[in-house]
Ligand binder design. Structure first.
Ligand code: GLN
Length: 309
């Protein structure tokens, strides 16, 4: 792992880690599946990846954790790269103001989810990627391995099985959207892909590196282009407005960066043209975002002055 060049923000990360260590309230781990409920809320890691592939961090930055909804950014990018604007006929790009697993808006909006980062929208994106590739979760894993340079990155089969056992709400979302003709694949096939997608285990180092294509305006680690510059802007914009569910306004206010959280306690964030960040701490607030994670990103942009504003 490259740790030799500038390490520009390492002193900032060290200061943040000390601050987090002194903070008592850390929220509660997600408890809808046993594998997540068992996580220690005092774990904390944070990594920065620079555009040349240098990555460094503090705390548990090399510890794999359950990526969950963070993967929604990568499936969105992979599908957008393939089908372009047609995707937006099947999923909107407005903040939902509702919890990530909510069904309520779907009926009013004819089975078109509000955005690709709530569960309903992510199911649509995975369905479309499945149609285009025949293996959406496999496509995601291949991409994450390539961008992170970590061939060991993998699905967590226990988490995937557990998601399936407790998957009634995602199944309801899938079937409901299918009733409007907004899902192509059989719902059980889609759910299997989606649960495997959510189960990917990766570290802050892996995810910070895998996100750098968004800081490079669409260019992958090997120099090839995944997204047009305009599409990279679009993904970053949707992350800013929708990436932390019904707390996206507060996240933009406090952190001021495109970001995407997952109920495993991870959050990725992008400083376009500069670097990416990934933070992990499993204790969540009531909206499903990592308490220490948001505080750490808030600290980073406050201390460095880096934000999109
Ligand atoms: N696997 C979770 C779910 O579908 C992912 C949600 C999340 O990370 N917010 O409910």
């Amino acid at each position: 792992m490259a740790t030799t060049s500038s390490l520009t923000y390492l002193p900032v990360l060290e200061r943040i880690a000390e601050e987090v260590d002194r903070t008592p309230g850390r929220g509660r781990p997600a408890d809808y599946i046993p594998a997540l409920a068992a996580c220690d809320p005092r774990r904390f890691g944070m990594a920065v990846a620079e555009l040349d592939g240098t990555v460094y961090g503090v705390g548990d930055w090399r510890q794999p954790f359950s990526t969950q909804s963070i993967t929604k950014v990568f499936t969105l990018a992979l599908d957008l790269a393939r089908e372009g604007d047609e995707l937006w006929e099947h999923v909107s790009r407005e903040p939902s103001g509702n919890p990530f697993n909510s069904l309520v808006q779907l009926e009013y909006e004819n089975g078109i989810p509000r955005n690709p980062f709530i569960n309903a929208g992510a199911l649509v994106v995975t369905d479309r990627l499945q149609t285009r590739t025949g293996d959406a979760a496999g496509e995601l894993l291949t991409f994450l391995r390539a961008e992170s340079g970590n061939p060991e990155l993998d699905f967590d089969r226990e988490v995937a099985a557990s998601e399936a056992t407790h998957g009634d709400r995602n199944a309801a979302l899938g079937h409901f959207m299918a009733s409007y003709g907004n899902i192509d694949n059989p719902v059980p096939v889609l759910l299997d892909q989606y649960f495997r997608q959510c189960s990917v285990a990766a570290s802050c180092a892996d995810l910070a590196l895998a996100t750098t294509f968004l800081a490079r305006h669409g260019i992958r680690a090997d120099g090839t282009r995944l997204l047009t510059r305009s599409q990279a802007k679009q993904v970053n914009a949707v992350m800013l407005t929708c990436g932390t569910y019904d707390a996206a306004g507060d996240f933009a206010y406090r952190v001021g960066l495109p970001g995407k959280s997952g109920v495993g306690g991870g959050i990725i964030a992008v400083v376009p043209g500069r670097c990416t960040l990934c933070v992990w701490s499993p204790g969540l607030d009531e909206r499903g975002n990592s308490v220490a994670g948001v505080a750490a990103l808030d600290g980073f942009t406050t201390l460095t002055g880096l934000s999109v504003f």
